[in-house]
Design a protein around this ligand. Structure first.
Ligand SMILES: Cc1cc2nc3c(=O)[nH]c(=O)nc-3n(C[C@H](O)[C@H](O)[C@H](O)COP(=O)(O)OP(=O)(O)OC[C@H]3O[C@@H](n4cnc5c(N)ncnc54)[C@H](O)[C@@H]3O)c2cc1C
Length: 310
């Protein structure tokens, strides 16, 4: 079921007809179904949401949605949007933290284009005190994403971190390497349907791997981010940190906008750092479909939303 649901929603996420239909209904009014997970289609809406979130004591990272661009012009346009986003964030006064995907910056076109585009963002981001997190996409991109990250790291960019997926067999080795570099890692379970050759298929195996990697990061990583909504995993992280004397300011929890708000606020109330990943933009469909793949029960509110919205 776990791997199956991801596969079905991944296949659906490539359907142009479904995308057209979803785009028509998903965001059109204030309570349309996609708004549960997406902060809005415009940067202004995202800033407004971010302000509200900050008042609840949460940290944040903003993601300008988009991925798998096909031409250098699209990659350049996405890069310009990110640079503009930095300016808007600075002007707004909200926290300076963004997340991005390398296929949005041209990783699928060629490595040099993507490195250049990423540098165009890291440069002003560094000047203005931003932290930039590189999201991790599906496994055909893992190696290239890590190589591009390391290229920039070797050029002394330190305002950048990476995300690694517990589902992948290789992640333990990648985490050990990041720990040696002193690079910041966001640990996640992994949102993509992956083949057996590279990833655990059973949820219980992914959960167990997450716990092993969480310990590795808390014991010898640099300000790791433990990104999950799973109460058991969160409890295990808290107890490991307590046992090892890892103070609450030496790591953070992260969750996605719209998921488990109850847990988000209870962690804040207990003095933990809690960062919310806030996606916005017109290209929300693939992101939205991954959220359905993680929890097919979410389909219920989509159907109710469409029926109620017609
Ligand atoms: C901050 C952040 C950044 C991320 N970045 C990436 C990335 O770069 N690359 C990547 O592959 N993945 C990324 N993910 C997604 C991640 O890989 C998982 O797919 C996702 O977090 C679901 O796994 P889980 O650990 O939260 O818990 P699970 O064990 O899957 O679920 C635990 C509980 O969380 C809740 N929950 C989980 N997912 C949903 C949902 N979609 N809708 C409603 N409730 C839900 C439910 O209550 C569920 O019982 C990110 C996740 C977070 C929180």
């Amino acid at each position: 079921m776990y791997a199956g649901a991801k596969a079905v929603f991944y296949a659906l996420s490539r359907s142009a007809t479904l995308k057209r239909l979803a785009s028509k209904y998903g965001m059109r009014s204030r309570d349309s179904f996609a708004r549960r997970f997406i902060a809005g289609e415009t940067v202004e809406e995202a800033i407004e949401t971010s302000r509200q979130i900050q008042t609840q004591g949460l940290l944040l990272t903003l993601d300008y949605l988009g991925e798998s661009v096909r031409t250098p012009e699209e990659a350049a346009a996405a890069t310009r949007e990110y640079v503009r986003l930095l300016d808007v964030i600075v002007a707004s006064g909200i926290e300076r933290n963004i997340s991005l995907k390398l296929t949005q910056l041209g990783a699928g076109i060629d490595r040099a284009t993507c490195v250049d585009n990423l540098r165009r963002i890291l440069e002003p981001a560094g000047r203005h005190g931003f932290f930039v997190r590189i999201d991790m996409e599906n496994s055909p991109w893992t190696q290239l994403t890590l190589e591009i990250f390391e290229t920039l790291w070797q050029q002394e960019y330190r305002n950048v971190g990476i995300a690694l997926q517990a589902a992948l067999y290789r992640s333990e080795e990648d985490i050990r390497h990041m720990n040696e570099l002193g690079a910041r890692v966001r640990l996640i379970k992994g949102a993509y349907k992956e083949p057996e050759t590279v990833a655990y298929q059973r949820k219980s195996d992914v959960d167990a791997a997450f716990l092993r990697l969480m310990r590795l990061l808390l014991d010898s990583g640099t300000y790791p981010a433990i990104a999950t909504h799973d109460p058991k995993t969160i409890a295990a992280t808290r107890s490991h940190a307590r046992e090892r004397g890892v103070a609450t300011d030496r790591f953070e929890f992260q969750m996605l906008y719209g998921i488990r708000r109850d847990l988000q606020s209870s962690l804040v109330a207990e003095g933990y750092r809690m960062r919310l990943y806030i996606p916005f933009g017109r290209e929300w469909f693939p992101y939205f479909m991954r959220r359905l793949g993680e929890r097919p029960a979410n389909l219920g509110f989509v159907v109710r939303g469409i029926l109620g919205d017609r």
